[in-house]
Every structure is written in C-alpha cells, then in structure tokens.
Design a protein around this ligand. Structure first.
Ligand code: AMP
Ligand code: TRP
Length: 329
C-alpha cells in the first residue's frame, strides 16, 4: 500500500527558506520514499483571499511551479494549479456546510490577517474549508506543512470526522507532518516573527531565488547580539537561535550542534552564508534552465491536472451523494 502525500503552497510571493525547510524539503524527503504517492498544488485560489493583482498572480503561480521543480520535485509527481481542478471549489462548499461560523472565526490566521483591515474578503474567513477540500479530495494521509498551518489541519481532520459520522465513511482522515526544528523559521530582522513571503519589507526573508550577494547581505544584517559565546536559547537569544536552526537544518545537524566550534555572531553569520548560498545555488541554476522553457513547465502542470482531476471529481461525487444531493447524469 502506498501512502498518499499532499500539500499546497499559495503563490502570494516568491518561495522563501521557511517554506523550503517547513514544507518543501519535508515533501521532497517523503517523495523520495518509493512507498509514497505525491500530489502538490499551487494554491492560487488561496491567493485570492487578500488583495491581489491578476497579472502578478499569474506570474507568481508559474514562478512557484517552476521553483518547486527547481528544488527537485520530480516532474512525474503530480504538480498542478488548484484552480485547474474544479472539484476543489465544489468540495469546499460541501465542507462549508459541515463547518461552523464559530470554528472559522477562531482560526488564528484569520484573526491576524483580518485585524486592522476594514475590508476583509469573505473568502479569508472560509479559506480553511477550501484547504480542507484540497486535502480531502485526494484521500490524503500525510500533509507536510509548517507550524502555522497546524490549526487548519486540525480543522480539516475535525471536518472529515464530522462528515463521516453524519453521512457515512466518505473521507480519509489525514495527519500532519511537521519537522520539529524547522517548523517555524523566523524573520532574520525580527526573530520573533515568522519568516514569510509577504508582510515584511523582505530584508529579513531569504528567498530561494536570491542571488549569493543578496543572500549574504541579508544574513550579514540579521539581528543577533554581542555575546561572544554562542548558545542555543530561543527565549533569550532568538536571533542566534534562528540562525543556528537554519545552519543546522542546512547541514543536517541540530541547532545546538551547529553552534559547536563557532565563536561570535560574525563566525555564525559566515557559516550561515556559506550554507545558504551552497543550498540555493543549484536551485537558482535549475530555475534558470526551467524558466527558459516555460512550455515544459506548462506540460508538467497539464499532466498534473489531468492526473489529479479525476481523483478529486470522484471524491466530490462521493461527498455529494453522501449528503443527499441527487445530481442527475
Ligand atoms: P504559504 O507560504 O503560507 O503558502 O506556506 C507554504 C508552506 O510553507 C506551509 O506549509 C507553511 O506552513 C510553510 N511555511 C511558511 N512559512 C514558514 C516558516 N517561516 N517556517 C516554516 N514553515 C513555513
Ligand atoms: N493554506 C496553506 C498556507 O497558507 C497553503 C495550502 C493550501 C495548503 N492548500 C493546502 C497546505 C493543502 C497544505 C494542504 O500555507
């Protein structure tokens, strides 16, 4: 029996190292196991939950697919664009009819993103139902995601169980897979905040396509402290701890181990720069090759869509029938 793995990434900006360590690399590790069967979607519908520019969304969707392939995602894995598979929105509505308003308003990400805005798109509130639809459409067992998505995943699990209890066994109940150390990489300039594609001015965010000089400059300006001894203590020394986590993750060690033998934040930053540049270089090179042939990326996305769509359509049909929707044909 193969294990079905699924994840989604929303194209609201360029992929950054937090995405890579929290979701992309765990996904690639799972994909390398011959006992898994992988589906990945560029969640463009999720990008519509906040103000967006159509031309930019189109460009970022393509960029994200290309970057995922450049990171080593096998073109044979089913990589597709969410909006190309209509069953996601159909299932999303059925799950909105399973969820409650209270559940949705309790989502931390909704509260954070809605705070201070006087014009919140309704889809920002209902978005976890769409994410649940993405996951449940494929009978997914394992979902590699970063820490910030854990609440949405718990909701997905709750909705799947509730639906099954009300209408009969329909959905596979999924579980998350979050690597503990790199589940939440922090912004280099603000090591108490999550590193994110959007939200900051980008000075503390390492993008996968940053050139070596840009990446080195961002690491150099990372917030640390003046203590010469280096210890891993996220509570009192968050800047050092974040760099140590990053260095450890890129060199296959724990954060504490990564600090052994280093003295002072200058030495730590030099080691981080070398590791980051070394990790990003092959991605940048492969990205340039792939971007030179957009027709090939389109071919991968089309093949992914063609493979994913019948699976999602069958799940949606099952859910419709279970809920008592007659449907004819
Ligand atoms: P998003 O950019 O919100 O679409 O996130 C895509 C994936 O990357 C999700 O699984 C997130 O949980 C994960 N992710 C985003 N930012 C970080 C971060 N700073 N640290 C770890 N994982 C992250
Ligand atoms: N909501 C996720 C995020 O903001 C992206 C996403 C969309 C996702 N659909 C998904 C993640 C399905 C995992 C599974 O990061």
């Amino acid at each position: 029996m193969t294990t079905r793995v699924f994840t989604g990434l929303k194209p609201t900006g360029s992929l950054q190292l937090g995405n890579y360590l929290g979701a992309v690399r765990p996904l690639l590790d799972l994909a390398a196991d011959p006992g898994t069967d992988v589906l990945v979607c560029v969640a463009d519908l999720h990008a519509l939950t906040v103000d967006h520019d159509p031309a930019l969304l189109r460009a970022r969707t393509r960029e994200m697919a290309t970057t995922l392939l450049a990171c080593g995602l096998d073109p044979g894995a089913r990589l597709f664009v969410q909006s190309a598979v209509p069953a996601h929105t159909e299932l999303s509505y059925l799950l909105e009819c399973t969820a409650t308003h209270g559940e949705m308003t309790r989502m931390v990400q909704f509260k954070e993103k809605a705070a201070g805005s006087d014009s919140v798109r309704l889809s920002l509130l209902t978005y976890p139902a769409l994410m649940a639809a993405d996951i449940l459409a494929y009978d997914t067992e394992v979902v590699p995601v970063g820490e910030d998505q854990r609440q949405h995943l718990e909701l997905t699990t709750a909705l799947a169980r509730r639906f099954n209890a009300r209408y009969g066994e329909t959905f596979v109940v999924p579980r998350g897979s979050t690597p503990p150390a790199t589940a939440r990489l922090k912004d280099l300039r603000d090591p108490r905040a999550k590193m994110g594609k959007t939200g900051s001015d980008g000075a503390g965010v390492l993008f996968l396509l940053d050139d070596p000089d840009t990446a080195a400059a961002k690491v150099r300006r990372a917030v640390t402290d003046a203590e010469p001894s280096l210890i891993h203590d996220p509570a009192t020394r968050p800047g050092v701890a974040n760099l140590a986590t990053l260095l450890g993750a890129l060199t296959g060690r724990s954060a504490a181990e990564a600090l052994v033998g280093l003295r002072g934040s200058g030495a730590l930053k030099a080691a981080v720069t070398e590791a980051v540049v070394g990790a990003l270089e092959p991605v940048r090179r492969r990205y340039a090759d792939l971007a030179a042939d957009p027709a090939e990326v389109d071919r991968v996305l089309r093949a992914g869509r063609d493979a994913a769509a019948p699976v999602a359509a069958a799940t949606a049909a099952r859910a419709r029938a279970a809920m008592g929707l007659l449907g004819v044909g």
